[in-house]
Structure formats: C-alpha cells, structure tokens
Design a protein around this ligand. Structure first.
Ligand code: MRU
Length: 348
C-alpha cells in the first residue's frame, strides 16, 4: 500500500515534469499524467486531479522546480514570482499550497546572485525535502493517532485523508493503515462525501486495497450509525488550522463533529504542522473555496438530478469549531485543549 502510494506524486524520470495519479479517474482507472506547463499544473489542482492539503503543497513545490528549469537568467526572478503567485491563486483554503510555494520562492530569493543552474538544483533538492518531510510527518501522525484507538474500534472517516492526499500513510487514514499492517482490527465507516465523493471514490479504494474492513455510507447516515453505537471515533484531516484550533476541512466535517458531540463520540483531527496557520486567529479568518454548482446538479449522475438552471451553493470546506475537537494529532504528539495555548507552545 505505502509503496504504491509513494508514487502518488513524483518527478518524471528526466526531471522535466511532475508525474501524478489523476485522482478524478479513480477508482475506475489508475492513470498517471505528466505535467510540464503552468496552465496544466493549475488545471490539475483546480480540477482535483491532485488534491488533499499536503499533496497539493508537495505537488506545487515540484511544479516550481520544473517551471524554474525553463527560466532564462535575466527573467529568472520575475517569472518565478509570477508563477508562484499563479499557483497559489488556484485554491484558497489549504494553507499547504501557499506555504510550500513560498518556501520554494524564499529559497530561490535567498540565492540571488548565484548561477541560475545552482538555484534550480537547490529548488529540486528543496522540493524533495518537502516531500520527504511529509512522509515522515504522516508516519508519526499515524503512530500518534493509532495510540488513541483500541482493537475492535470502528471509526468514521470523511473525505480522503489517505496516501492520495499526502505522500504516504496519510493523516486521517494513517492510523487505519498502520493498524492493518500490524494485524490490529480497526474498521471504518466511510462517508461518501458529497458532492465530489472523495470518500466513496478514494478512501474506500485505499482502505479496500489495504484489506481494511470498511463500509460505505451516505453522509446523512452518520447520525444513525453513531446513535446505534457503531462508531467509536471520528478521524478527519485538515486543510488549515487556525491558532485557536478551529479546523477547516472538507464540507461536512463540522456536521459530523456536531453529531459526534451529541452522541459522545470523540473527534480527532489529524494534521501535519505544515497545515497549521498560526497567523490565522480563528476559523472565521480562513478563506472558504466555493466551487461550480454543476458538481451538485449533475456531476457523477447519468442524468442531471436537479432542474436545469437551479441555483446551487457549493462551498468546498467548512470549519469545525475547536470546542468540538477532542484532540488534535500532529507529528509532535497529541494536543488537548486549550488549543490556543498548546498549539503555540508546540508550533509557535
Ligand atoms: O477538496 P479536497 O479533496 O482537496 O479536500 C481535501 C480534504 O478536505 C482533506 O480532508 C484534507 O485536505 C486533509 S488531507 C490529509
């Protein structure tokens, strides 16, 4: 499993393109695509061919490296700055995108005056380091998350926070994948996650591939599952965590957390430090992406399932209030409230 998903994002063999699994084709087709120009890179993020907060950060870092190979000396920094701004503008919610692009840009600017070839080589090493750091962080998060579960537990997942959304193991799915490797019996109910079905298409695929006992449900079935005592924990990833612990994640996460609070089920948000934005005071300060209503009206249906022209509102994320989160699981350990104090202590 982890070996297969290690290829989720990589450089092409000659280093002139970024190679990704086209996630829009899963679970029906496992196809890789190579991206060389900035428009194709932008489109891949916008259309969720590559998606998940850590994954789009890693992808964008490789994109900066690939694009920089084509800059002449005189135009190097103006093109770098323009391409970085363009990539960052693609999706607003996951902080990993801007964080990793800005890290690449800062490295290059720090080498002003050095030969262009040296800057490009350093960018290649930096992108690889960003990727390797995510692998290590996800592994640590998975260990920490697993320490909160017990053999025989069944968890609820929302969206996809597995290897496809990161580098290896994932965040929200990491404990499940680690448990399976160790022969520990942890099961999952998988929210399908309307409207883009990341749960049905991606999480169910990853968990099935790993041989994990999983059951797919519609998002609106979670309350009954919790009322009947079928779920012992909610595990979710995160796209941006504010300084007070408010967590923006796929639309529907906050609903699952509210239901879980009602039924006394713990909610764990698992994320790497690259997703924590201490400059964002609260969830109200996190920009929420709004997408094309056609995702609700007709995407995935053989025929449109709503009247033509009906107005749709399609926010891609919501914010789970920190008061609903039982614990935050990071690569540096499990954090409990008060989150504003404890996040700053560990990551400030
Ligand atoms: O719109 P998506 O599919 O990019 O949204 C992804 C999520 O909301 C994930 O849960 C989040 O990025 C955490 S991934 C480790």
């Amino acid at each position: 499993m982890s070996g297969q998903n290690a290829k989720n994002i990589a450089l092409s063999s000659d280093g002139s393109a970024v190679r990704i699994i086209d996630q829009t084709l899963l679970p029906g087709q496992l196809e890789y695509i190579e991206l060389r120009d900035r428009e194709a890179m932008y489109e891949a993020v916008k259309m969720l061919r590559v998606r998940g907060a850590p994954a789009i950060g890693i992808f964008a870092a490789y994109c900066v490296y690939v694009l920089a190979q084509g800059y002449g000396e005189a135009e190097f920094f103006s093109r770098l700055d323009a391409d970085c701004a363009y990539l960052i503008s693609c999706r607003p919610t996951a902080v990993n995108l801007s964080r990793q692009v800005n890290r690449m840009r800062a490295l290059a600017h720090g080498m002003t005056g050095a030969p262009t070839a040296d800057i490009v080589s350093a960018l290649g090493r930096e992108a690889k380091a960003i990727h390797e750091q995510d692998v290590a962080m996800c592994r640590a998060i998975s260990e920490e998350g697993l320490s909160l579960l017990h053999p025989g537990d069944t968890v609820l997942t929302h969206c996809n926070a597995g290897p496809l959304a990161t580098s290896e193991y994932g965040t929200g799915l990491g404990p499940l994948l680690l448990a399976a490797e160790r022969g520990m019996d942890i099961r999952a109910y998988v929210d399908e996650t309307r409207p883009l079905l990341q749960g049905a298409r991606l999480t169910a695929w990853e968990l099935q591939n790993a041989g994990i006992d999983c059951t797919l449900i519609c998002d609106n079935m979670a309350a009954l599952a919790m009322a009947q005592g079928r779920i012992q924990a909610v595990l979710a990833g995160c796209d941006r965590m504010a300084a007070n612990g408010d967590a923006a994640n796929k639309i529907g996460t906050s609903g699952a957390a509210i239901i879980a609070r009602h039924y006394g089920v713990p909610v764990y948000i698992l994320l790497p430090s690259s997703t924590i934005d201490l400059a964002c005071p609260t969830g109200a300060d996190i920009p929420i992406e709004e997408r094309d209503g056609e995702e609700i009206r007709s995407l995935w249906y053989a025929q449109p399932m709503a009247p033509a022209g009906i107005r749709c509102w399609d926010p891609a994320f919501d914010v789970t209030d920190h008061s609903l989160i039982t614990a935050i699981v990071t690569e540096k350990g499990v954090i409990y409230p008060p989150y504003d104090v404890n996040l700053k202590k560990l990551f400030g």
